[in-house]
Write a protein that binds this ligand. Structure first.
Ligand code: ADP
Ligand code: ZN
Length: 518
């Protein structure tokens, strides 16, 4: 693992880069002049904060938004990074502390309000402070024709010349005129390395399927793509071996790969994958870092990835050559349970855990989406996709939906009436009126909800519960054997103030398939 990924994890708490971030971080760290155009919410700040930690000395960050600067400084300090701000909102003590840290060389990031640049004192101070990088947030503020013009931004070019250090400019404004002005005014007309890649990878076909028989589903997907190189990602080491075996029995060239293998054996797989055209690698997420094979034609997930970022990275390994490539992601209630408990059992601080649940919810939302997946995915990364993409399973065949409010309310009230102390298996027994020993022992056959859900089968109820968890209306409690408890999002539905749309296909498919084992 390189220093960048170690910092990404240890300081920022992310396991994967967002689209585009990795390349920008590399260029900025290497000391290139950079212009990066990223949508709002895409994760710009990491692209200068992380390089600032790797580069020597201090990075000066110019930003027009005082509140945002203060937020970032607070966040960085909480993560143990020496950061400070010089803005009009500072107390004299804060300003003194920043100057002290600058003098003794301990400061890594100095946020500066643009008006500070007007003072000769600031410029002199910076000339002596060991600055190794200038980062400019909202770089379009340098454009005199834009709405956000800030005259003091015109001084940034001068600062760059005085200090003789690289500059990284960030903006969400993509029009060519603004870009031209940024290049003229911040870089004296010398074209910086420019990153304007939308997040969309239009050659990737996106598809999800509820998991009913993962091995069969993966085999069927691979059979339709025989002779193409692909990757199957699995959640466990054992599964990489059993699926690779099944693929070989089906006549494919397939190898497994995971972190528990000897380095030599791993290298062997990497080399064969790089040089052969028809090989399938069945791997844990340990496979990928060094993989830059351009013609991977498909990526399948036998288990749900851990976040929407991880999903995007993993499917993104397919089709780097720009030719069409396909992806399939399987997901089921066990995945959701496993991912949730991995987050809860990790020793991350509570805010980080909440954020991890959020990133998992985003992926579940994508899995259970009922409109174009590409639109849903890009929206999460801050990018608008006009119209439907025509290259995802939902565009191929739009799902049938129905008003599932009644079913969801029955499920929620079954949980509520039993003290939010049981998993979906027992709750479904109650809903379909199944008098098991457990039901009788607890006297649950006399609940008003007992048998109110006879209209759906057990596996249809499983599908309803999966959609409930996918929308984060209920969560399993790992400390109480996965007992389902209701989140705040469930209350308005129980009170009849909100309705829920469910996908009919996942529920019908559940009816058609064999009963799901508990
Ligand atoms: P921008 O400045 O581009 O609008 P930010 O830098 O504020 O966006 O980032 C937007 C959000 O994305 C933040 O909540 C941040 O924590 C999150 N984020 C950034 N990078 C990552 C990553 N690699 N993985 C997960 N979340 C990320
Ligand atoms: Zn689509």
């Amino acid at each position: 693992m390189g220093p960048a990924s170690a910092l990404l994890r240890d300081v920022f708490g992310f396991d994967d880069f967002r689209p585009g971030q990795g390349e920008i971080v590399d260029a900025v760290t290497a000391g290139e002049n950079v212009l990066a155009i990223m949508p709002t919410g895409g994760g710009k700040s990491l692209c200068f904060q992380l390089p600032a930690l790797v580069r020597p000395g201090v990075t000066v960050v110019v930003s027009p938004l005082i509140a945002l600067m203060r937020d970032q400084v607070r966040g960085l300090r909480e993560a143990g990074v020496a950061a400070g701000a010089l803005t009009s909102g500072n107390t004299p003590e804060e300003t003194d502390a920043v100057f002290d840290a600058l003098h003794d060389g301990s400061l890594k990031l100095l946020y500066l309000a643009p008006e500070r640049l007007a003072s000769g004192g600031t410029q002199r101070m910076l000339a002596q402070a060991g600055v190794s990088l200038i980062a400019v947030d909202e770089a379009h503020c340098v454009s005199q024709w834009g709405h956000d013009f800030r005259p003091d931004y015109l001084r940034i070019g001068e600062l760059r010349r005085t200090l003789g250090v690289p500059l990284a400019a960030f903006t969400a404004t993509a029009d060519a005129e603004t870009q031209g002005e940024i290049v003229t005014r911040l870089f004296d007309g010398a074209q910086p390395q420019t990153f304007l890649r939308g997040f969309d990878r239009p050659n990737l076909h996106l598809a999800f399927q509820p998991k009913d028989s993962p091995r069969k589903q993966i085999l069927a997907f691979a059979a339709a793509r025989k002779g193409q190189s692909g990757i199957v990602y699995c959640g466990t080491r054992a599964k990489t071996e059993s699926i690779a075996q099944a693929l070989r029995e089906d006549g494919h060239a397939a190898l497994s790969y995971h972190g528990g293998m000897e380095p030599d054996a791993r290298r062997h797989v990497e080399e064969r994958f790089a040089t052969e055209d028809e090989l399938i690698v069945v791997a844990t997420v340990a496979f990928g870092m060094g993989v830059d094979k351009p013609d991977i034609r498909w990526v399948a997930h036998a288990d749900l990835p851990k976040s929407i970022e991880a999903y995007y990275q993993e499917i993104g390994r397919a089709g780097r050559d720009g030719a069409p490539a396909e992806t399939l992601t399987l997901f089921g209630p066990d995945d959701i349970r496993l991912r949730r408990s991995q987050i809860d059992e990790g020793n991350a601080p509570p805010e980080r855990r909440a954020a991890d649940h959020g990133r998992l919810n985003a992926l579940l939302g994508l899995a259970e989406a009922f409109e174009c997946r590409r639109k849903t995915l890009l929206r999460y990364f801050g990018e608008e996709h006009g119209g439907n993409c025509g290259a995802c399973d939902l565009c191929d065949s739009p799902p049938d939906t129905f008003d599932g409010t009644e079913a969801v309310r029955k499920a929620l009230s079954a949980a509520l009436r039993t003290g939010e102390s049981f998993g979906s298996g027992h709750l479904i027994d109650i809903l379909i009126g199944n008098e098991t020993d457990k039901v009788r022992q607890r006297g649950h056959e006399s609940l008003p909800t007992f048998g109110v859900g006879k209209d759906l089968s057990r596996s249809q109820w499983q599908a309803v519960f999966r959609q409930i968890m996918g929308r984060d209306l209920m969560r399993p409690d790992p400390e109480r054997h996965g007992a389902l408890w209701m989140t705040e999002g469930a209350r308005p539905i129980l009170r009849g103030e909100e309705s829920v749309t469910l996908r009919r296909d996942t529920i019908d498919r559940a009816k058609a398939s064999r009963p799901v084992a508990r």
